[in-house]
Design a protein around this ligand. Structure first.
Ligand code: ZN
Length: 611
């Protein structure tokens, strides 16, 4: 007993000492907002439901057809990639239905094990009769003449694709692209096509043919030796294992290059092909200015940024850390003065998103939680860089949202970014369960794309979630941002050549020289850029992602039938080259020699084009 009592005294002493050390900074240990507690409702995370390819089976024969030869495959990656690049498509498992289209992708495997002999013959006849066929992993005795090769050889551990005749203005990082990580323990299997009939479109690093093309009469067949759906999923799921050539601040267009190749093949192969541009109003770049408030002084500085942005007519996103407990990281960040600053941001037209409660590096390893986490009982406490106690994924998401919405009336929190981009596998379904619509939780380079994309359950391969990712393109931090202005503008112009996303992260821990960088960046890009918040662009992108396009020729006119379930303004279409809108059409608000911009649309509209 006596020993126990001594131990208890020692424990109290150690505990008190630890308390004094951890709370040696000034300021209260915890911020209490009188009368505020909640949220009261419980969060329930849905179980994973497989997305069926039949969800993507509608539409007319003007779309790119995906002939799905194996439902258990990475087709969801291909579908999400085609949506992000803006190519209308329709999936079927029936070759006869697919071959009613002019351009067909046979995915993931063209072999006697997945396609019947009748199907093989029909695919070959389709090309002989002038169709365009893109085959993935092509085997089989009937198809070599159509695709123009002698035989198919399986390879492992190929890391690069090199395009043999890229466009004259192609960037060096577009001429050669990574397709697998050199560090992975599970290298992707690929195929090479032996003795191709002509110069391959792309080769692996050993010179073996990776993508080949072959013409038969007016028909064309293109064979891919790598699984594009799997590669897209690695990028979108943030599982690329250092394949990317930069982490952030760089150009990494791997997925975009391959998707544009498919888009080009589709546009050449079908004279009805109408595709969607990625940016509203025929602009080339969506610049989303974002600011993470994760330091005690940042909120006062944020007003300086927001005042400039408001005066420039730009809405930006402020990700607010709602830390109400003093810990190893910092003092309380959501303090008694914070609501007034946040209201000021709101009144200046800025979006307020969540940047978690605790900003823990360990967030990626937090457990999901029970969905009953509430303020002020939820106590995530960062002990050290490597240890956080009491944090859960749902606690970080739902308590931060609750506090912002309680303290800043009129705000609905739609967007989320974790501290240190610490990214739990379960984040997509946790965000959906806690009513977020937009995530900015990864870098663009890590995602292998400069386009937004839809996320999947568990960052995995079979179940899509109703949430979109807007990856970070450029961020501050060393080397100092103001020294990198020419590189930043150069990167913006590279992405703008093809149209894409440019998310900038600037921490308002200081005002200058970072605000000066922002002003100069805006001035240099404003002629070709669209500016807005994550929520603004996210809402537009969500609507664009669901737009349906079908077209047909009638009496020398191409009738384009466009349906948007959600309201969208500034949707930008690219009709077949040489076509122009015929006459005045009220839905069209602008047009140039390539693209047509639509005004407000919800529901269905027909547009006519003529030569
Ligand atoms: Zn942060």
């Amino acid at each position: 007993m006596k020993n126990l009592r001594v131990l208890a005294v020692i424990a109290v002493f150690i505990g008190g000492f630890a308390y004094l050390v951890s709370f040696s900074k000034p300021g209260p240990a915890m911020q209490i907002f009188a009368g505020i507690s909640g949220p009261s409702e419980k969060t329930v995370v849905a179980t994973s439901k497989e997305t069926h390819w039949q969800n993507y089976s509608s539409g007319s024969d003007s779309r790119l057809a995906i002939f799905l030869t194996q439902p258990k495959s990475n087709w969801l990656g291909l579908a999400h990639g085609l949506k992000s690049i803006g190519v209308p498509f329709s999936i079927t498992n029936d070759y006869a239905e697919a071959l009613r289209h002019k351009v067909v992708i046979a995915y993931p495997l063209v072999s006697p094990s997945t396609v019947s002999m009748d199907g093989m013959r029909a695919l070959a006849d389709f090309v002989r009769n002038g169709g365009t066929l893109i085959g993935f992993e092509v085997f089989g005795s009937t198809m070599q003449d159509i695709f123009g090769f002698k035989n198919t050889v399986a390879l492992r551990a190929r890391h690069q694709l090199k395009f043999t005749h890229p466009a004259a203005d192609a960037d060096p990082l577009e001429k050669t692209i990574p397709i697998d990580s050199a560090k992975t323990t599970e290298p992707m299997g690929v195929y090479t096509y032996k003795d191709p009939s002509g110069l391959p479109i792309a080769v692996y690093e050993d010179g073996g043919a990776a993508i080949i093309e072959h013409k038969t009469g007016n028909g064309q067949a293109i064979a891919f030796g790598l699984d594009l759906g799997a590669l897209i999923l690695k990028g979108h799921n943030n599982r690329q294992e250092n394949m990317a050539r930069s982490y952030d601040d760089g150009y990494e267009p791997t997925l975009d290059v391959l998707l544009r190749l498919i888009e080009d093949i589709y546009r050449h192969g079908d004279d009805r092909a109408v595709t969607l541009q990625p940016i509203p109003n025929n602009k080339k770049l969506a610049v989303l200015l974002t600011h993470d408030i994760d330091y005690t002084r940042s909120l006062t500085n944020a007003i300086d940024y927001a005042t400039y942005e408001h005066d420039a007519g730009i809405r930006a996103t402020y990700f607010m850390q709602t830390k109400y407990i003093r810990d190893y990281n910092d003092d309380v960040i959501l303090g008694p003065d914070s609501p007034d600053y946040l209201k000021k941001l709101r009144d200046l037209g800025m979006e307020i998103g969540s940047h978690t409660v605790s900003h823990s590096r360990q967030f990626a390893h937090f457990s999901m939680g029970d969905g009953r986490e509430t303020y002020p009982e939820y106590h995530p406490f960062v002990q050290t860089k490597d240890v956080t106690n009491g944090g859960t994924i749902l606690g970080e998401l739902r308590v931060s949202r609750f506090l912002i919405e309680q303290l800043v009336p009129g705000v609905h929190v739609a967007s989320f970014r974790p501290g240190y981009l610490s990214n739990p596998y379960a984040l997509p379904q946790a965000l959906v369960a806690t009513d977020y619509a937009f995530s900015s939780s990864v870098t663009a380079n890590d995602s292998l794309t400069h386009l937004p994309f839809q996320l999947n359950y568990d960052r995995s391969t079979t179940s899509e979630m109703p949430i979109y990712e807007f990856p970070i393109t450029l961020s501050d931090g060393p080397p100092i941002l103001s020294d990198r202005l020419p590189q930043g503008i150069g990167l913006a112009k590279k992405i703008a050549r093809h149209g894409g996303l440019f998310v900038i992260l600037i921490h308002p821990d200081v005002v200058e020289p970072k605000l000066g960088f922002e002003k100069k960046f805006v001035a240099s890009t404003k002629d070709f850029s669209w500016f807005g918040t994550i929520e603004d662009f996210g809402s537009w992108w969500t609507a664009r992602d669901a737009v349906q396009i079908d077209s047909h020729w009638l009496d020398g006119k191409l009738i384009v039938h466009i349906t948007s379930q959600l309201p969208i303004d500034g949707l930008t279409l690219t009709p077949p080259s040489g076509l122009h809108p015929s006459g005045e059409q009220p839905i069209i608000k602008a047009a140039d020699s390539h693209n047509v911009v639509l005004g407000k649309l919800k529901g269905t509209v027909d547009i006519d084009f003529t030569h």
